[in-house]
Each structure stands twice: as C-alpha cells, then as structure tokens.
Design a protein. Structure first.
Lengths: 276, 249
C-alpha cells in the first residue's frame, strides 16, 4: 500500500514517533589504509512529535554523524532511519538544519539570505515577503534586513541562519551546536530564542551540544552519548514545563540535572581524553 | 580621500616634479629622459593626431582576448585539477614554480606556430597569464566552506545549482584575485611581445620610436600605457574591494 507524502504530513499520528532510528550505525571505510572507523551506534531513538531533544556527548562520539543521518546527509551503514513513517533517503522534506559554522551566504543581504530557500522552492512572492518579514522580526533582525553578513556579529549571523531555516516551516529542526562559536551570555539568550521558536512553531527539535547547561535548560529529554562509537548510555527527562526560559538556571533542580549529566559524561569524556 | 590617499598622491606628485626639475635644469639630458610635461604634451599630440589609434586598438584587443582566454581556460583547468586530488598533488608543485620560467624565451616557437602577428602575441600572453588564474581557482574552490555545501543540500539543491548558486559566489572573491593577476599578466605579455614579434600595436610603436631616436613620441606612448593600465587596474580594484568586503568576518 502506498501512502502519498501529503497524507503522512498532514495527519499527525501522535502514537507514531516523529522520527525513529533503529539500530543505526555508521562505519567509515578507510579503504585498506588501516582499520575502518566505527563512528556511531548502534543507536535506537524515538523522537516524539513536538519534543525538544538534546544530545550531549564527548568530542568525536558521533553526535554530528547522528544528525547527518536524520538530515539525510549521511546513510546509515546498518539499521533504519525514518521520518514521519517513511525511510530517510536523501534530505526529507520538512527537515531543516542549523550548523555550528556560520552558513550565512556572504554575497546576499539578510533578507535575500532568509528568502533563499523559499525562492528556490518557487513559493509565491507575496507569501515569501510575508514569511521573511515575520522571521526577520522574530529573530530580532528588523534593523538589519538590508545588511550583509560581514557587517553582523557571529550571533546575528547565526540568527540569520535560524531565520532562513524557520521560513521553510520545518517540522523537524536539527541544530548542530549552533551556538558553539558564541560567548556564554549570548548563548543563554540565544537559548531563550530557541525555546520561543520551538513553542511558536510546534516543531520537533533535536539539539546537539557539548554544553551540559544548554542541554539541561532547553530540552525535554537529554540523551547522553558514550565515547566513540557513540551509543546512548542514558536518556534523562528534564521535566520542565514548556514555558521555561533561561531563568531556570537558578532553579535547584537545574543543578541536580547538570550534575547528573556530568556524572554520566565524565567517564566517557575521560576515555576520549586518554585515547585522544 | 583617506590620509594615506593624499600622502600617496603627494609622493607621486613630488616624484614627477623632481623629474621635471631635473630635466629642466639639465641634470638629466633630454636624449635620455624628456620632462614629464613634454611627455604629457606628446601624449596629447598622439591622441589628437590619431596616428596611433590603430596601434592602441590592436594592443587592447590582444590584451582583452588574452585575458578572457586565460580567465576562462584557467578557471576550467583549475576546476578540473581541483576535482581530481591525485592529479592536483602531482601538478601543484609545477604550478608553484611556473613563474620561475622566463616564458618569453619561447617566442621563436610561437612564431613558428602562429607566424608574426596577433595570434603569437595572444598565445604568449595567455601562457604568461593562465597559471595565475589556475592557482587562484584552486585556492578559491578550497575556500568554499563545507557548511555551505551542507546547507545547499538541506535546501534540496542538486550538484549543478550548488556549484552555480553557492560554490561560485562563495569562491568569487578568491577567483577575482586571479582575474586581476591574469589581466596584469596579459598586459605585460602583449606589450612586451609586440616589441619582438609584431608590426603593429603600442609595444611595436614604442620600439619603432626608439629605433628612430624619437624620444618625444616614445615617452608619450609610455605615458599612455601607464595611464591605460592605471585606469583598468583601478576599475578592477574597485570590484575587488567590494568582493573582499564580504569576506571580512
């Protein structure tokens, strides 16, 4: 039986996970130049529709590879990856991603950056103008619509990238350490904006981060990964309500949470440090 | 204009004034260098009389053809080498030491191949200019951030539109460095070749004036070439600055 993509997208089956990974591994072949690198897995993960899931793990544990698999940028060596009930082959429609490195297009103004994907998709110009205007306002870029990325700070450029992803109205937003290059205060504030965005769009969010406080503050659930090959050694529900913001860092449970996460992660990070 | 700009102008003006003075006072004989004011007067005569318009057109046409060929072919060759890491590893040291070879010594080969005339001149100029474009292309394609490619894939862009709409504009500031160099080398290649393998063009006209002890005309033509090159370079620089401004991050 074949199901048209539109039907799958429009009728949200709450019992069905929004995205699902079953036994996903990723092995990089070195083509005879030494042993193959087992980078990831096996990973089992069910992302609930509309949840904010965060992944923490030591450097090199395969966090980004996990994201690449969900984004359709990398094919699992074994196991299956599904989005909205269909196997992921290529970048699925309805999935957006923001990466750690600045991915704004330096030759385009902020407006043109944000509108880029919509124009490619052939969306009606009036609709493009409406969505772009909204996203620019939402991300606090109002005064910079005609500026070029070179004239903006790192944090502002990352807002441009988030806005560019938002206008496509993705149902699953993948964030690969999007604030990794920003200073600590800016990161907290950007975290608030992420939460605002998540509540507003109702999208499912997967955030990869190396900052435990970021994960503990933003996510509904935090998945802790082991050193390479990365597998989930713990998945912690944070129990925050949806209306949270960065002020929860002073909540007593926040300390317990980050403490617990660090306890699980410490051993794994040490492994990474020793093995290099 | 910036303070540096004013100082730069002052330095040039001082140098010209010093030469003028040295010539007028007889420290430099007129048989060696004529005063800059006389060069300017000669240039006005040359342009007014129209006797060298044909030479100017021939030279500029050769420069334009050589520059376009070098930029186009250089980009293509660079892109192919870039796509082929093994070949690149083999070829890159050769490219790096290319400019150690005095390309002009090959002029007899080009006369045999193309005869005396524009074709041989363009060939030498291309030989001189193309490698700078190849090198700039390699650098430019290297500098396209990986994350832009990922972003383009997330936007469901195919390889062709990725290359055209993302890769090309991302590499453009670096490619333009190659364009600037290629144009400069094209000028050098064409004017210098015209001295030895041509019966027309600005280089030929200078050599002709020199052989006939016509200092006034010779210096007028030299001034003309300097002015043309300055105008072209200023134009390219303006574009270059705009492109580089995007990279400041």
């Amino acid at each position: 039986m074949s199901v048209s993509p539109a039907e799958v997208a429009v009728v949200p089956d709450t019992a069905m996970p929004h995205a699902r990974l079953v036994g996903v591994t990723r092995v990089f072949s070195r083509r005879g130049k030494g042993e193959d690198i087992h980078a990831l897995g096996p990973i089992d993960l069910d992302l609930k529709r509309g949840e904010f899931f965060s992944v923490v793990g030591p450097s090199g544990c395969g966090k980004s590879t996990l994201l690449d698999v969900l984004a359709g940028l990398a094919t699992p060596t074994s196991g299956t990856a599904e989005f909205e009930g269909r196997p992921i082959a290529g970048v699925p429609a309805g999935v957006g991603a923001v990466f750690q490195e600045d991915a704004s297009f330096p030759w385009l103004s902020v407006t043109d950056n944000v509108a880029f994907g919509l124009r490619r998709a052939g969306v009606d110009p009036a609709e493009i103008a409406r969505r772009v205007d909204y996203a620019i306002g939402f991300m606090g870029l109002r005064g910079f619509a005609d500026a070029y990325p070179a004239q903006l700070s790192g944090g502002m450029r990352q807002r441009v990238c988030i806005a560019r992803t938002l206008v496509m109205q993705p149902r699953l937003i993948l964030l690969d350490e999007p604030f990794g290059a920003l200073d600590a205060q800016t990161r907290l504030l950007m975290g608030d904006e992420l939460l605002r965005m998540w509540r507003e769009t109702g999208a499912t969010v997967l955030l990869i981060t190396h900052a435990l406080d970021e994960a503990a503050m933003l996510a509904d659930r935090v998945g802790v990964m082991s050193a390479r090959p990365g597998v989930f050694i713990d998945i912690v529900a944070t129990g925050w309500d949806a209306e949270r913001d960065s002020r929860i860092v002073s909540h007593p449970r926040f300390g317990d949470l980050t403490g617990h996460l660090w306890e699980r992660l410490r051993v794994e990070s040490l492994k990474h440090l020793r093995e290099g | 204009m910036t303070r540096e700009g004013w100082i730069r102008l002052l330095v040039i003006a001082a140098a010209v004034a010093a030469l003028e003075l040295a010539c007028r006072l007889g420290w430099v004989p007129v048989t060696v260098v004529i005063p800059p004011s006389a060069m300017a007067a000669s240039l006005v005569d040359i342009l007014a009389s129209g006797k060298h318009w044909a030479d100017i057109v021939i030279s500029l046409r050769s420069v334009a053809i050589a520059a376009v060929l070098s930029i186009g072919l250089g980009f293509l060759v660079g892109a192919v080498i870039h796509a082929w890491p093994l070949v690149r590893g083999a070829v890159e040291p050769l490219l790096a030491s290319y400019y150690a070879v005095p390309t002009f010594m090959f002029y007899p080969v080009f006369i045999i191949l193309f005869g005396v005339g524009p074709a041989a001149i363009v060939a030498i100029a291309v030989l001189l200019a193309i490698v700078s474009m190849i090198s700039a292309t390699l650098v430019g394609l290297d500098r396209i951030p990986l994350v832009l490619r990922k972003t383009a894939r997330m936007m469901h862009m195919g390889p062709a539109s990725r290359a055209l709409l993302i890769g090309l504009p991302a590499a453009l500031p670096h490619l333009f460095t190659g364009v600037k160099l290629a144009v400069a080398y094209a000028f050098i290649g064409v004017i210098a070749s015209e001295f030895i393998l041509s019966g027309a063009g600005m280089g030929y006209a200078i050599a002709y004036a020199y052989n006939n002890f016509d200092n006034r005309e010779m210096y007028g033509l030299m001034l003309l070439i300097i002015l043309v090159v300055t105008v072209v370079n200023t134009g390219l620089d303006a574009v270059d600055r705009r492109l580089q401004a995007r990279l400041r991050r």
